[in-house]
Design a protein around this ligand. Structure first.
Ligand SMILES: Cc1cc2nc3c(=O)[nH]c(=O)nc-3n(C[C@H](O)[C@H](O)[C@H](O)COP(=O)(O)OP(=O)(O)OC[C@H]3O[C@@H](n4cnc5c(N)ncnc54)[C@H](O)[C@@H]3O)c2cc1C
Length: 497
């Protein structure tokens, strides 16, 4: 048991220190006590309401299931810097590891939480400020996109953010960022103009195209491998509302919907304000294949011609298409998700370039895969096609600029019993393999695996390609010489694995 040094904040400090030393994972040293001694009331033990709220607010069951020794919630870059210096030292001396979280929406267990280590929860750093010339928005990493849209909608401004309200800013932007505005404005990370980041040394730097440019590019897709971003300055786009929503249709409509999506991808550059996500689903309750579209048009124009072929009023089972705001649209997206607690979640992904011949066979494979999961109790099994974002800046994703019409597939499983994980994981792997056989045979397979949609068994960094990987590794050696973010932060997709 570690000895603790009561720090000079009186009763609260003594109580916190005793609680940390009693934590079952707290055996070798006193990292949580030391953090509490420098961050006063921002370090929370497992008995506190703040700790419980933090752990239960992850999206996936796998993340909620991990019990850190303590949660630290810095409110400023300076507080974060002090915590990083201490954590880097404790890793060096005692091997204590830590995790970094913003919104907590990444699925794999351990991506942004850690069993027995220290979790840095950045949600208190969530300020949102529009510049006086209305060209830029500064956003704290701990904000959610719902909070961002709620501030910006009334100002007639938007940014290239996530589709669902509860997604965090930090993970989304450091991992890439597919937005409903992506076909028009590019990846979320390409819309970042500047970041403030705390390096392993504790140094706080501003990175942009002109200052630390290699670090800046590395952070556009390089995730948590270089430091902890505290705030992002993003390009602001004028917006006076959108048109969009959700629609569901029966199996009989599937061939027509596949055609609509394929035609959209064929002519994608015709109207870049449109963004459709087409999904196929199977649930234990319904036991038949059904289809849904999430359509968005980035102006408040109902039924734009570019999206008209997706709409068939005679067969639509349910539709919420309407003129609305980004905040309202993002809140609706959240309602279609099943956040953790009772459900395990798996995400898998693969990427291919447009070819009209591949969509129908892929949907058939998805249909066939439903048998593999049909015995799983309360199973929810979905596969979505979505267009990738336009390429409009230098990032680390390794995408070929000639590939302007990429499809990103996300395969999603929600199921209540963790005992079913192996069956579901095998079904997911088999389906991804079949899809990749189809896309390889058509010559449109791409190795890119979108970091924010990937399972932790997928080779995300390898999928960026050798050149991008080498640049990321060089940035890591330069800005994190001791490899703190490679070893002390085990969660996420590492560069030298
Ligand atoms: C319901 C739902 C809807 C989604 N919709 C979309 C979508 O429309 N488009 C899309 O692109 N993605 C989408 N995603 C995926 C989402 O972008 C990722 O899960 C993303 O990582 C979430 O960001 P976060 O801040 O909530 O993540 P967290 O889980 O907090 O973090 C994710 C990773 O980023 C690292 N990280 C977080 N903050 C920082 C930081 N400040 N500095 C350095 N590293 C950091 C963490 O260590 C972790 O490894 C969706 C996910 C869900 C669950």
């Amino acid at each position: 048991m570690a000895s603790y040094v009561p720090y000079a904040v009186g009763v609260l400090g003594v109580w916190a220190a005793i609680t940390f030393t009693q934590h079952p994972f707290y055996r070798h040293h006193d990292t949580c006590d030391n953090l509490a001694s420098i961050l006063d009331n921002r370090v929370f033990a497992s008995s506190s309401a703040e700790y419980k709220e933090s752990v239960s607010s992850y999206f996936s069951f796998q993340e909620q299931n991990l019990q850190p020794a303590c949660v630290v919630q810095p409110t400023t870059a300076q507080e974060l810097s002090a915590a990083i210096v201490l954590l880097a030292r404790d890793y060096h001396d005692h091997g204590q590891q830590f995790a970094i979280r913003s919104g907590g929406h990444m699925i794999p267990g351990g991506a942004a939480n850690i069993h027995g280590g220290v979790t840095i929860d950045l949600r208190a750093m969530n300020d949102i400020d529009l510049s006086s010339d209305r060209s830029k928005v500064q956003i704290g990493t701990g904000a959610t996109w719902g909070q961002v849209y709620k501030v910006l909608d009334p100002l007639n401004i938007t940014v290239t953010g996530g589709r669902a309200a509860s997604i965090g800013v930090g993970g989304y932007l450091t991992g890439g960022g597919l937005s409903a505005l992506g076909p028009a404005t590019g990846w979320g990370c390409d819309n970042v103009l500047e970041v403030e980041v705390v390096l392993a040394s504790g140094e706080i730097v501003q990175a942009s195209r002109t200052s630390y440019p290699d670090l800046f590019v590395a952070l556009r897709g390089g995730s948590n491998n270089f430091g902890v971003v505290t705030k992002f300055t993003m390009a602001a786009h004028p917006s006076n509302g959108i048109w969009g929503g959700f629609m569901a249709y029966p199996e009989s409509e599937v061939p027509r919907q596949i055609r609509a999506y394929s035609d959209f991808m064929q002519s994608r550059s015709v109207d870049s304000l449109a963004d459709p996500i087409q999904s196929y689903g199977w649930t234990s309750n319904r036991r038949v294949l059904f289809g849904t579209n999430i359509l968005l048009y980035a102006k408040p124009h109902p039924h734009p011609p570019v999206l008209q072929s997706f709409i068939n009023n005679t067969t639509t089972l349910h539709s919420t298409l309407r003129i609305t705001t980004m905040a309202d649209f993002a809140e609706e997206e959240d309602r279609y998700q099943i956040p953790g607690f009772y459900y395990s979640t798996l995400y898998f992904t693969t990427t291919f370039a447009h070819d009209p011949s591949v969509y129908a066979p892929i949907v058939s494979e998805f249909n066939r895969s439903c048998h593999a999961v049909s015995a799983v109790e309360n199973m929810n099994w979905y596969m979505s096609f979505q267009p990738s974002a336009a390429l409009n800046g230098e990032n680390s994703l390794g995408l070929d600029p000639r590939d302007e019409r990429l499809n990103i597939i996300i395969l999603v499983a929600f199921f209540p019993s963790p005992e079913d994980s192996t069956v579901v994981r095998n079904a997911a792997n088999d389906l991804i393999r079949s899809i990749e056989e189809i896309t390889r045979a058509a010559g449109v397979y791409r190795p890119f695996k979108y970091l924010n949609y990937a399972d932790d068994s997928q080779d995300v960094i390898g999928g960026y390609g050798e050149q991008a990987r080498a640049a990321l590794q060089a940035a890591s050696r330069k800005y994190d010489r001791e490899g703190v973010f490679q070893s002390a932060v085990p969660g996420g997709y590492k560069l030298f694995a």
